[in-house]
Design a protein around this ligand. Structure first.
Ligand code: ATP
Ligand code: MG
Length: 542
């Protein structure tokens, strides 16, 4: 991982001996949905940072909300972290620390640093003040310590209704930082918790719980996104006032990842799933790690992407074409090429012997000779790509049109002599001739042609289905990103027979088209469904 400002902070801490040279990070997801590419950035940062310094990184579920645990989300999160190539030191639950968090709150009350407040949520908002005006002290602010202890105990013992009272930190109602104006640290919720059952009916707030979780685990550098920058004084206040842990973890904020054409919120993505706009959390259009994986992205390309975007201190939006670029860079030397034609047009080579098939050697990856070659059948009956023929060519169109000679990649020069049409006037077949002298690799130098196209032998062709994706989110006229109704196209195509051996999850380059993967869910012997991961053209500019 490239150096960044977080590593500079760690380097200084190592020099000063602040944590005895240790580096301990954590990735703390709330198990309320599938992880997305934004989380991948946080995962890469936390785990790679630990790796770089020979430290450790925990996977910690942030379950301080008494939500119902969803086994599906837990499993998905763990699969995703491992797929990215990381392994946690410990797998932990924030709820395991509820006892300590409670004791910490009692400690604060005893020090006169927390009080039970009975303002309604609305009143509390009113008392909080604004960015311009200081807040007003709650009428409950000066309660006696003994009374606070008794009421907090009653809260714990279920003697009060949800919303009737809260525990607040007693900090500074005039602070310019609104997070420091006596924030709520405990609330009542008579809800069952997946881990602690009915043991608790009070639950700690995130800002109070998180520093304690970090401290208990011995986290040294607690990396989070920029929205929490204004919460850092509270993070430090909690640890300083409770005072049980030394050295204390430190919170460091970085800019969250935003990507063009991409929704980056679990809640929003869940709505797509619930509304049936996508085929589940792993729909290949989804920016979830599961969706990206099914789409065909490699973990290496995601890690490379996270590395290239770096770690910034200011929010920005990254162009999704950079992610696509990373994928192409990764696959171009890894996968074999296959000939596949879309919207096929029939070609008959009228001067090629009927019933003859010859096998031509074609390299598997032009950039990597060690990847060898395969034999591809050629005969009188072929298919070419619909995009490679124009009856009336545009300017600078060098592919097939009547009277033009082109190179059939790896085979011969072929001239189109006649266009056969059906009763509706649609092109049915191209009658062509080939020049046997021009065989590829024969050293023929008699003349040159400008266009090279690929082809598939017709009698051995394998029918496949291509799912071609557009971005799930697209800008409308007002410049807002909205759901793109036309984000999947299903294309019929023919492939050379060598593609028949593909297994679900195998990736290829379809020559001149792009990178494709046999879909993990839809591909089988009868349904050869391939996802287009990305096309070959890069729109990404440095
Ligand atoms: P969402 O709003 O999508 O639910 P979240 O931040 O609430 O995201 P958490 O499960 O709480 O999701 O996040 C786990 C970790 O991932 C946090 O440390 C969070 O800062 C980080 N994270 C979430 N989104 C991004 C993002 N877009 N870029 C970088 N890090 C992110
Ligand atoms: Mg969250």
């Amino acid at each position: 991982m490239a150096d960044n400002f977080i590593h500079n902070i760690i380097d200084k801490d190592i020099q000063s001996g602040k944590y005895g040279g240790e580096v301990y990070t954590r990735f703390p997801p709330e198990p309320n949905g599938y992880l997305h590419i934004g989380h991948a950035k946080s995962i890469c940062l936390n785990f790679s940072t630990a790796e770089k310094y020979g430290g450790k990184c925990n996977l910690r579920y942030d379950d301080t909300n008494p939500i119902k645990e969803d086994e599906e989300y837990i499993n998905a999160i763990e699969e995703d972290v491992r797929w990215l190539g990381f392994e946690w030191d410990k797998r932990l639950w924030a709820s395991n620390y509820f006892d300590t968090m409670y004791e910490g709150a009692v400690e604060l009350i005893k020090k006169g640093k927390a009080y039970v407040c009975e303002l309604t949520a609305e009143e509390m908002k009113e008392y909080r003040g604004t960015l311009k005006e200081p807040g007003k002290p709650s009428p409950y602010r000066e309660r006696e310590i003994e009374e606070n202890l008794r009421l907090f105990e009653e809260m714990r013992d279920g003697k009060h209704a949800d919303g009737s009272m809260v525990l607040r930190a007693k900090i500074d109602m005039a602070s310019p930082n609104i997070n420091m104006r006596d924030p709520v640290i405990y609330r009542i919720s008579h809800a069952e918790h997946h881990n602690t059952g009915n043991k608790w009916c009070i639950y700690p707030m995130y800002d109070y719980a998180h520093p304690i979780e970090d401290a208990i685990e011995g986290i040294t550098h607690s990396i989070c996104t920029l929205e929490f920058e204004d919460h850092r004084p509270l993070y430090e206040w909690v640890l300083n006032e409770i005072g049980w842990w030394n050295p204390k973890p430190q919170q460091i904020e970085f800019a969250r990842l935003n990507l063009t054409n991409t929704v980056m919120s679990k809640r929003y993505l869940k709505k797509f799933v619930d509304d049936g706009l996508v085929d589940g959390w792993d729909d290949p259009r989804m920016p979830t790690i599961a969706g990206i994986r099914r789409r065909g992205y490699t973990p290496e390309s995601i890690r490379d992407f996270c590395d290239r975007i770096g770690v910034a201190k200011a929010n920005s939006k990254v162009d999704i074409s950079l992610l696509e670029h990373c994928l192409r860079e990764d696959l171009k030397t890894k996968v074999e090429s296959r000939n596949v034609v879309e919207q096929p047009i029939k070609v008959t080579i009228t001067n090629y012997p009927e019933g003859q098939i010859e096998y031509l050697e074609i390299e598997n990856n032009r950039e990597v000779p060690e990847m060898g070659s395969r034999l591809v059948p050629f005969s009188r009956d072929l298919w070419i790509d619909g995009a490679d023929f124009m009856e009336v060519p545009e300017k600078k169109y060098f592919r097939m049109f009547p009277g033009n000679e082109v190179r059939f990649k790896g085979a011969y020069f072929v001239t189109c002599n006649e266009v056969v049409k059906d009763e509706n006037g649609a092109v049915k077949e191209l009658l062509c001739t080939y020049d046997p002298e021009t065989k590829s690799g024969s050293g023929f130098e008699g003349r040159k042609v400008k266009g090279t196209i690929h082809w598939v032998e017709a009698t051995t062709a394998l029918p496949i289905k291509i799912r071609s994706y557009d971005y799930m989110m697209k800008e409308n006229e007002d410049g807002e990103e909205v759901y793109n109704e036309n984000s999947v196209a299903i294309i019929d195509a023919y492939a050379e027979p060598a593609l028949a051996d593909a297994k679900a999850g195998d990736r290829f380059q379809f020559f001149r088209h792009g990178y494709y993967i046999a879909d993990a869910k839809l591909y089988d012997d009868e349904n050869k469904v391939f996802n287009r991961i990305v096309d070959l053209k890069s729109s990404w500019k440095k």
